[in-house]
Design a protein around this ligand. Structure first.
Ligand code: ATP
Length: 390
């Protein structure tokens, strides 16, 4: 078991007479075996949340529960949680084997032989058996992090707490370790709370993401829920790269209902109108990859000059100025553009997001893609092929 819960968790620091609310009334429940990632901008309270759960910080108010039992005041060692940090925190004078055995020696009364057996077994699983007799100074960063992970795993804790464990590694190793760590967590089925500022890690590794801003919970959901159905403009802008484009718009209901912006007008359908009516100010959001290239005379076409085109091979980022505002479109890599070229684009109505301009709350989100769309997509592909063959 390893169900973890925070209730009304609040941590206020005093700094030169000033109060800093690092974590503000946070309620999260992490189910047994779940991989949850905490994300948010620098200073939003990710590490403080993790440290409060680990027992390294004392919450100002609120509680932490493990399997329904309150553990708020329990010492870190008595929590059955293993932490992995960005700095590997290995003892430099000990070999990898001694580092991995240390926690077991301190926290259990297992015999030396049993500890050695468990360390060797874990090291083999982690493919670091050949490193066991080396000291940290003789290991690369990736190897040290593997030993640090091994040290956490060998303790067989109820919960892993990981604070940016991969951020000291180079990009390639990081990608590899990300996949390994994910596979390992699935095999071991140990509840994991993982702090990162890396969106790719959050999107690819997690069962669910917890998004914080300024110490406050913004959204908990699966990566795709947060991506396609953000609860507010903050989440919409934080998740996704390049970021969602935002336009402050007005709703004109005289004649055909229309969104009006300095740089474009967009006629809207009845269902969009129903979602947004009655709000004083509105912000339209569209993800770069949801922007369509259309003919200049198409309904709701926005025709502008390409300011900058960035061909990445797989995709091309095209930057346009719409009104006074920058807009990025992610288009197919085999479309080649030059700066200054005229381009007509459209924001498809089934892909747009609309937020209340004052509260930032989402009034309308796009539907997440359905799983069985894959079949429909494949059938469409067959039809296309048949047509081009004909
Ligand atoms: P980062 O991504 O930069 O690591 P974070 O989201 O992990 O940031 P925290 O380290 O939890 O954020 O910090 C949250 C807020 O609390 C910040 O404003 C930080 O300056 C403040 N803070 C953290 N620890 C202390 C402390 N010991 N004393 C005073 N203020 C602190």
């Amino acid at each position: 078991m390893g169900q973890l819960e925070t209730r009304n968790l609040t941590k206020i620091f005093q700094d030169s007479g000033q109060e800093i609310v690092a974590v503000d009334d946070l309620d999260i429940t992490i189910e047994d075996g779940e991989f949850i990632t905490l994300v948010g901008p620098s200073g939003c309270g990710k590490s403080t949340t993790l440290r409060s759960i680990a027992g390294l910080e004392t919450p100002t108010t609120g509680e932490v529960y493990l399997d329904g039992q309150e553990i708020t005041d329990r010492k870190p060692k008595a929590r059955d949680m293993a932490m992995v940090f960005q700095s590997y925190a290995l003892y430099p004078h000990m070999t990898a084997r001694e580092n991995m055995a240390f926690g077991l020696r301190m926290a259990t009364d297992l015999s030396a032989e049993e500890i050695d057996r468990q360390v060797t077994e874990t090291a083999e699983m982690m493919e670091i058996g050949n490193l066991l007799d080396k000291k940290p100074g003789d290991l690369s960063g990736g190897q040290q992090q593997r030993v640090a992970l091994g040290r956490a795993i060998v303790r067989d804790p109820e919960v892993f707490l990981m604070d940016e464990p991969l951020s000291n590694l180079d990009a390639k190793l990081r990608t590899q370790m990300r996949t390994e760590l994910q596979a390992l967590q699935q095999d071991l089925d140990i509840t994991t709370l993982y702090v990162t500022h890396d969106q790719t890690e959050a999107m690819t590794m997690s069962d669910r993401i917890v998004i914080l801003d300024d110490g406050r919970l913004q959204q908990i959901g699966t990566p795709l829920e947060c991506y396609h159905q953000p609860v507010n403009q903050f989440v919409a802008g934080f998740i996704g790269s390049p970021s969602m484009n935002f336009f402050e718009i007005e709703l004109n209901t005289q004649g055909e209902p229309t969104f009006v912006h300095d740089g474009f007008e967009m006629k809207i359908d009845e269902d969009v109108l129903t979602d947004v009516e009655g709000h004083e100010s509105l912000t339209l959001g569209i993800r770069p990859e949801d922007i369509e290239v259309v003919k200049a005379d198409a309904r709701n076409a926005i025709t502008k000059q390409v300011q900058v085109a960035e061909p990445l091979g797989e995709v091309t980022y095209v930057h346009l100025e719409i009104g006074q505002q920058q807009c990025t479109a992610t288009l197919q890599g085999d479309l080649v553009f030059d700066a200054g070229q005229t381009l007509s684009i459209r924001f498809p109505q089934d892909r747009i997001h609309v937020f209340d301009g004052q509260t930032g709350n989402a009034l309308r989100n796009r539907e997440p893609p359905a799983r069985d769309d894959i079949e429909a997509f494949a059938e469409g592909q067959v039809d296309e092929t048949a047509r081009s063959d004909a």
